[in-house]
Design a binder for this molecule. Structure first.
Ligand code: R5P
Length: 295
């Protein structure tokens, strides 16, 4: 087995190679003067299981084309199996036509990975697992970082409660609640599909004097978490902590979240960020070990 780090692997490929005691290399990349992407892999891949690690955080489009080129050249070089590891799957939130005429972006992103030649795809907390079921015919795994994120908070919270910012994320709150052996619930969030504006509907929740852990898959503009934190503090929560898998933090959103009154913000390393304190590499390594025996 050989682990190939793409330009956006964010150290996960290296950590994976250490855990799996596998050879590690980095794909070479540069830009042509016109902005086109160049990729080169300088290793013998014939007959080998090749694991390519590339997260799709911004610039998503560039990182995506790099991923496709790496998969394609691995195939050309005679790889026996190609496992694509995409810790953060971009475009996953555009998983349906919210208004007529919109492209279903995740469909093409997933189909491209399959078409480029991947035999198996591993991702972490994709926005909706349904997209994988719907648009892939190769094997895949959607690993959940929620248990390891929740584990980080074990013993750190007083009379805890876990909250999802919306109903769609309730399952994540449930998983975290199971780890922390505490209650879980959800807030009612609405997003205006045209302006993108987020509102959180006031809801009666028994958070008075309790430590609340908000669990979400992505923090992008921070709007969701900021509104949820304010609402929870208004309802009398003692402290509000935030755990998220993918810390996109666009613009100054990290600072915005920190100044909302939140006690701590903890994320994983699927995307580099100042909040990335929990690594998903052990989780991925465990799965790679399990599937290389059967694919
Ligand atoms: C949306 O459904 C996701 O689960 C996140 O809640 C959302 O993407 C966060 O975005 P933002 O930080 O811009 O509110």
């Amino acid at each position: 087995m050989i682990i190939i780090a793409g330009p956006a692997s964010n150290g996960i490929a290296f950590r994976l190679s250490k855990i799996l005691s596998a050879e590690y290399t980095r794909a070479l990349t540069r830009l042509f003067p016109d902005g086109e992407t160049y990729i080169k892999i300088e290793k013998e891949l014939k007959g080998r299981t090749v694991v390519i690690v590339q997260s799709l955080y911004p610039p998503q489009d560039r990182h995506y084309i790099q991923l496709l080129l790496m998969i394609d050249v691995a195939r050309d070089l005679g790889a026996k199996k190609v496992i694509a590891i995409v810790p953060y799957m971009a475009y996953a939130r555009q998983d349906k036509r919210f208004t007529p005429g919109e492209a279903i972006s995740i469909k093409m992103v997933l189909r491209g990975i399959e078409r480029a030649g991947a035999d198996y795809l591993i991702t972490v907390d994709i926005h909706s697992e349904k997209s994988l079921r719907e648009w892939l015919s190769i094997g895949y795994a959607n690993l959940s970082a929620i248990p390891v994120l929740a584990e980080y908070f074990r013993g750190k919270l007083e009379n805890p409660m876990v909250l999802a910012p919306d109903l769609g994320a309730l399952d994540r709150a449930k998983r975290a609640g199971e780890v922390l052996e505490c209650e879980y619930d959800f807030l009612e969030k609405f997003r205006d599909r045209v302006t993108g504006e987020v509102t959180v509907k006031p809801k009666q929740l028994d958070v008075k004097g309790r430590d609340v852990l908000i669990v979400d898959d992505i923090i992008s503009t921070g709007g969701t978490v900021v509104l949820a934190t304010r609402e929870l503090l208004r309802l009398g929560a003692r402290k509000v902590h935030v755990a998220c898998t993918h810390p996109l933090f666009v613009g100054d959103s990290y600072e915005k979240v920190l100044s909302s009154g939140v006690e701590s913000v903890i994320a994983t390393d699927t995307i580099p960020s100042p909040a990335s304190r929990v690594s998903v590499a052990p989780l991925i390594a465990e799965h790679v070990k399990a599937i290389t025996k059967r694919i």
